[in-house]
Design a protein. Structure first.
Length: 244
């Protein structure tokens, strides 16, 4: 039998990068922030909550062998890559970039006035050295119906962008005040509160920027604050990745 764990991580406990143009909190070791005991959870290696100032962004840089999902909470972000893909990512538009054998891209906030707030998440692919790829899909109509909606899936969910990792699904929800949902069962799960506040069965109250790492936790119930509601992101993962 697998041991059940519910590991709460508060916003203020996350690694923090703050520069003149970027304010970022990292759920796991990232860049100059390294803790050998905090490198991943299941298949999830990166979960960064970024605020990018108006008129700034990440200049062209490379990635390889990673499934990268970007979810914008407020504002807009322009994506350009070496495969010729270009687009504006806005709230409710799911975007996936498969780095594969190698890809270069930039992520720029072209607004002259408004910051962009986003969460970017990386999972390892099933197979290394695949062809690079890109996909985006507006799922605002599905989100408006309430509950948890598949955003990115390696298991063929029709409403989601597709990732090259069969062991992972990213669920998201813009949950109304007082709404209750049941988290899908998974060997590993990572819950991130992007906006608002919730109460999670077995964990307690969570606020924007807080996260919970679950292992073999079953199907706990999540209820949003009866005044604020919440926007949440939930990775369900079948298997852990042993990173050395």
């Amino acid at each position: 039998m697998k041991t059940t764990t519910i590991d709460m991580r508060r916003k203020d406990e996350a690694f923090h990068t703050k520069t003149g143009w970027l304010d970022s909190r990292h759920s796991f070791s990232f860049g100059p922030h390294y803790d050998p005991s905090n490198t991943h959870h299941g298949l999830l290696l990166v979960s960064n909550d970024d605020v990018i100032r108006a008129g700034t962004g990440f200049d062209t840089h490379p990635h390889r062998d990673m499934e990268i999902v970007t979810w914008v909470l407020d504002g807009e972000l322009e994506h350009k890559d070496s495969q010729g893909n270009k687009g504006i990512i806005y709230p409710g538009l799911a975007q996936r970039m498969s780095a594969g054998t190698g890809i270069w891209h930039s992520e720029i906030n072209n607004s002259g006035k408004k910051d962009v707030h986003l969460v970017q998440m990386w999972v390892v692919p099933d197979t290394e050295s695949i062809d690079p790829g890109y996909e985006q899909l507006d799922i605002n109509p599905q989100l408006a119906k309430g509950g948890l909606i598949p955003i990115a899936s390696g298991q063929g969910h029709k409403a989601a962008i597709q990732i090259r990792q069969k062991g992972a699904v990213l669920w998201g929800g813009r949950l109304m005040a007082g709404e209750t949902v049941t988290l899908p069962d998974a060997r590993y799960a990572h819950l991130y509160i992007a906006k608002g506040a919730v109460t999670l069965e077995g964990a307690g109250t969570l606020h924007a920027g807080d996260a919970v790492r679950l292992a073999a936790a079953g199907t706990p119930r999540l209820t949003t604050d009866d005044k604020t509601g919440a926007e949440v992101l939930l990775w369900n993962m079948a298997d852990a990745l042993d990173i050395r």
